[in-house]
Design a protein around this ligand. Structure first.
Ligand SMILES: Cc1cc2nc3c(=O)[nH]c(=O)nc-3n(C[C@H](O)[C@H](O)[C@H](O)COP(=O)(O)OP(=O)(O)OC[C@H]3O[C@@H](n4cnc5c(N)ncnc54)[C@H](O)[C@@H]3O)c2cc1C
Length: 504
């Protein structure tokens, strides 16, 4: 592998008295999938770029993920699970009640098949196109993982290839170099200030700047201010180091409109990465109740993590208890679970007992076992009579095969008898991260309050992902990584066009 320095294009570097200044065509703030896609696009257009990346490696949150959305791809057609752009667009716009920029959505969806091929041409291999849960479309193009096992972190293989491709095309990637602000002169954004890996202040002067810092999922203050949620108290998202809203702050300071911030809602047990087997097993569509001991949704929809995250968000404390028992677990082990998905694989059921025993031994506070309803009520701090009534009523529905409250389908109605213990988990509202904060158009241009582009400023990825309205659309999975890659390309093309247009 060629060393980073040797691989650099000849950037014109000036040593001024106080500060190192690097001149390039496009300065890209951050090397997540959006920033890398932008850098490759810039390189393909024969222009130079510099990526300023805060972390010691590229890829951001995508290193933990599996793959991007693609619509109407050759892979889908080969797997007989194709969805057309027209169908996907129709579905998405109805889902969002047209509260999002349809032109931006169509540009993304229409580009997505080409982006999958673009990645393949670079050397990225895909394991196929998958659904997240049964009712979703098979838009999730999961990257063939280096170890051959489809699962979390598969997309890191794609990031490695993209990083190498960006370097080959002349992008200079400066790691451990957090950007600290944008430079704006004569109403044009023309550079970025940063602190380099030695702690020195530097400036990257450029003809255009693309910002893609992945939102603010790990910024306690911003999460509280924007959503009234409290990180690791009543909200347990994946807290990716470094994803702290830096780019949004910089763009707002440069005049960008504050627009459309939301969370990519899911639900999970706290400290999920250490208790993923419990999480995988207990999230089956059994009896889901709140702190008052009452059911609050039709559990058959629990496969859609956003629907369930939203329903949980409506409950006191932003959590719900999902209850099953040893008899149900035995059935799942024998016949497979009710809800099957790739993120929470059926294998987890076979290894559940070991992790459950460990949770009890270590006193993990979000998992409960009890021999009686009374004992369970005490552990959950719920009025035992209310809990008994809820379980009795639920069991009546199971016996009759009709859920008279929420009309959960009969196939999901398993009585909760406590045989082999009652088992419960406390699931909280969570998120993969935040989406939105600034508004872009289909050229990746960042818009001000009056929806005019700020000259020279582009954004992509989660910072600029405002296409879901109030709820992330999990029925088209791979959506945020898909948006990151495609909007990264769109911003790269937009910036390259701008540079060419203003060159004369
Ligand atoms: C566990 C997990 C699994 C996921 N799986 C999937 C999946 O399978 N499919 C899917 O569609 N989505 C998935 N996602 C979401 C997806 O990874 C993100 O939507 C995507 O990575 C966003 O890309 P991005 O480039 O906008 O930002 P990120 O990937 O978040 O990258 C942002 C980058 O900005 C850098 N940065 C931050 N501040 C600065 C600064 N001041 N200066 C320089 N650099 C800075 C960070 O270090 C980081 O490298 C998953 C997320 C998680 C957490």
């Amino acid at each position: 592998m060629r060393n980073n320095r040797n691989n650099r294009q000849k950037q014109e570097e000036e040593e001024t008295k106080d500060m190192k200044v690097i001149n390039t065509d496009v300065a890209i703030v951050a090397g997540g999938p959006a920033g890398l896609a932008a850098a490759i696009t810039i390189g393909e257009r024969g222009l130079k770029s510099v990526i300023l990346e805060k972390s010691s490696s590229t890829g951001g949150a995508a290193n933990m993920g599996m793959g991007p959305l693609g619509i109407d791809t050759k892979i889908q057609k080969a797997n007989f699970n194709d969805i057309s752009v027209r169908e996907a667009l129709d579905l998405h716009m109805k889902y969002t009640h047209f509260n999002v920029d349809m032109d931006l959505v169509q540009a993304y969806f229409n580009k997505s098949a080409d982006t999958i091929e673009w990645l393949e041409e670079m050397g990225v291999e895909f394991a196929g196109s998958f659904r997240y849960f049964k009712e979703s479309a098979a838009t999730w193009h999961i990257v063939k993982p280096e170890n051959g096992v489809i699962g979390p972190r598969a997309a890191s293989a794609m990031i490695k290839i993209m990083t190498e491709r960006a370097k080959e095309l002349g992008c200079d990637i400066l790691l451990e170099t957090p950007a600290t602000g944008l430079i704006k002169e004569d109403e044009k954004v023309c550079g970025v200030k940063a602190t380099d890996s030695t702690g020195e202040e530097i400036e990257v002067r450029a003809k255009a700047v693309i910002v893609a810092t992945g939102g603010f999922g790990n910024n306690k203050e911003m999460v509280e201010e924007e959503f009234g949620l409290h990180l690791a108290e009543d909200f347990f998202p994946f807290m990716i180091p470094g994803i702290t809203g830096d780019g949004l702050r910089m763009m707002w300071e440069a005049g960008a409109a504050k627009f459309g911030a939301n969370i990519e809602a899911i639900y999970q047990l706290p400290d999920n990465l250490n208790w993923c087997l419990l999480d995988a097993v207990l999230r089956q569509p059994n009896l889901l109740i709140n702190q008052f001991g009452e059911r609050f949704m039709n559990e058959e929809y629990m496969g859609n993590t956003t629907y369930t995250g939203n329903a949980i968000h409506m409950q006191p404390g932003n959590y719900g208890y999902c209850i099953m028992d040893g008899a149900i677990l035995r059935e799942y082990k024998k016949n497979g679970p009710d809800i099957v998905d790739i993120v929470h694989p059926a294998d987890a059921f076979l290894e559940f007992d070991g992790q459950a025993a460990q949770a009890v031994e270590q006193g993990y506070p979000y998992y409960y076992e009890a021999d009686t309803v009374e004992e369970l009520a005490e552990k959950l701090d719920i009025d035992p009579e209310v809990l008994q009534d809820t379980i009795d009523e639920y069991n009546e529905y199971c016996a009759a095969g009709v859920d008279k409250k929420f009309y959960k389908r009969q196939e999901f109605l398993h009585p909760i008898t406590g045989k082999g213990k009652y088992l419960a988990g406390r699931f909280y509202l969570a998120a993969y991260g935040t989406v939105g904060g600034v508004r872009i158009n289909k050229y990746g241009e960042v818009l001000d309050e009056d929806q005019y582009p700020i000259e020279g400023l582009y954004s992509a990825g989660s910072d600029a992902n405002t296409i879901y309205g109030d709820s992330y659309n999990f029925t088209l999975p791979g959506n945020t990584m898909g948006f990151a890659l495609n909007s990264g390309r769109m911003a790269g093309e937009g910036a390259a066009d701008y540079i060419e247009d203003t060159a004369e």
